[in-house]
Design a protein around this ligand. Structure first.
Ligand SMILES: *Cc1c(COP(=O)(O)O)cnc(C)c1O
Length: 357
């Protein structure tokens, strides 16, 4: 057995293991020339917001915050009162990975969990949750939170989104979209951003920058301007108003101005598809979900997991409560990375499977 990977720079643990993409880094350097106005009243923040309005082809309200947990929590809090409830998939990041921040920032709003195949909620589950109780003793469902792309690397199709939007309208639910990997979803679907957001009834999108190649930062994009009222105060109170805002917003300019956000997303998606192709047919390995964005969820034999870890490869085996190993590609994952990982995996699987394979 060769041991080539102990000191490898790139892993498959998370897209936040990756560094800063060149476009974002160049914008940071540019933003670092001289003084600028603080707290978001600067030209970079204006430009980044305008670029987002161009991307979505609508006059949306934009706020830049430090991370996804705060983006989701503050956005959700702005959609409901404390006596409301938020419906989301049982595996949603807002439920499994935010330490109760949505409930905390919304002052106790209850998160209600929906089942659903492939990490996605469906109309039946929504109807069941909404109709289960309609009395005053139950927290009133007010928000549907969707993750696009999902926690398990799938995407909601345009048709699925429109069906969900129709249900949301029927039940008077506002729609929040956790778009930590929104870029990957858009690249995967090949749609225009507006089709899968405001035209599909999304009220607020938490648009992920970090996993797409920024050092730090997410954009909270309100398509319903009324809901954005006083969101600046919410950000400030929540510790999310950056005084040197330009360093949160300038990288977005780098990412958005020539389409790097979509190029990087398409690339990481392609790397996941390459990995999936290399893993299919390997004895003992099962691909768990359709590979539609930048992750491959696979059931791997225990000795293979141990062997890969021993060779220095990093990846998660139970992230967010999901059972499978999650292999995540990033904007900087190379075909060579994928091939080297897959070769190690195949070798270990063959050794674990014995001569019959
Ligand atoms: C990474 C991620 C987030 C944001 O996480 P933070 O660590 O708070 O930045 C939100 N939603 C999903 C689905 C994610 O994968």
């Amino acid at each position: 057995m060769k041991s080539v990977t102990a000191a490898r720079a790139r892993h498959f643990a998370s897209d936040n293991y990756a560094g800063i993409c060149p476009e974002a880094f160049a914008a940071m350097v540019e933003a670092n020339r001289g003084h600028e106005v603080s707290y978001g009243d600067d030209s970079w923040t204006q430009k980044a917001s305008d670029l987002l309005r161009e991307v979505f082809e609508t006059p949306c309200e934009v706020f830049f915050v430090f991370n996804g947990t705060s983006a989701n929590s503050l956005a959700l809090a702005s959609l409901c009162q404390s006596y409301h409830s938020i419906l989301c998939h049982e595996g949603a990041h807002v439920e499994t990975s935010e330490c109760g921040a949505p409930e905390f920032f919304a002052n106790g709003t209850k998160v209600l969990l929906l089942p659903g195949a492939q990490g996605k909620v469906n109309v039946d589950a929504i109807a069941q949750a909404v109709n289960k109780r309609t009395d005053i003793h139950y927290p009133k469902p007010r928000v549907l939170s969707l993750t696009q792309g999902t926690e398990v690397g799938t995407v909601y199709s345009l048709a699925e989104l429109n069906t969900l939007a129709e249900a949301a309208r029927r039940y008077q639910l506002r729609i929040h979209m956790d778009g930590a990997r929104f870029a990957n979803a858009v690249a995967s679907l090949g749609v225009s951003p507006k089709e899968v957001t405001w035209q599909a009834g999304v009220d607020v999108l938490c648009f992920g920058g970090t996993k797409n190649g920024l050092a730090v930062g997410e954009a909270v994009v309100f398509f319903n301007p009324e809901l954005a009222r006083e969101f600046d105060y919410r950000c400030k109170q929540g510790g999310q108003l950056a005084s040197k805002m330009r360093f949160l917003s300038a990288p977005w300019v780098g990412l958005l101005q020539d389409g790097a956000w979509l190029r990087h997303a398409a690339h990481s998606n392609a790397m996941a598809r390459r990995l999936e192709a290399a893993l299919r047919g390997v004895p003992g390995v099962e691909i768990a979900y359709p590979v539609q964005t930048n992750s491959v969820f696979a059931r791997l034999p225990e000795p293979v997991i141990e062997g890969l870890h021993a060779r220095g490869w990093r990846f998660y085996t139970h992230v967010g409560g999901w059972e499978e190993s999650r292999l995540m590609c990033s904007w900087d994952t190379t075909p060579e990375d994928v091939d080297a990982f897959a070769a190690d995996l195949r070798e270990l699987a063959m050794a674990a499977g014995g001569a019959t394979c």
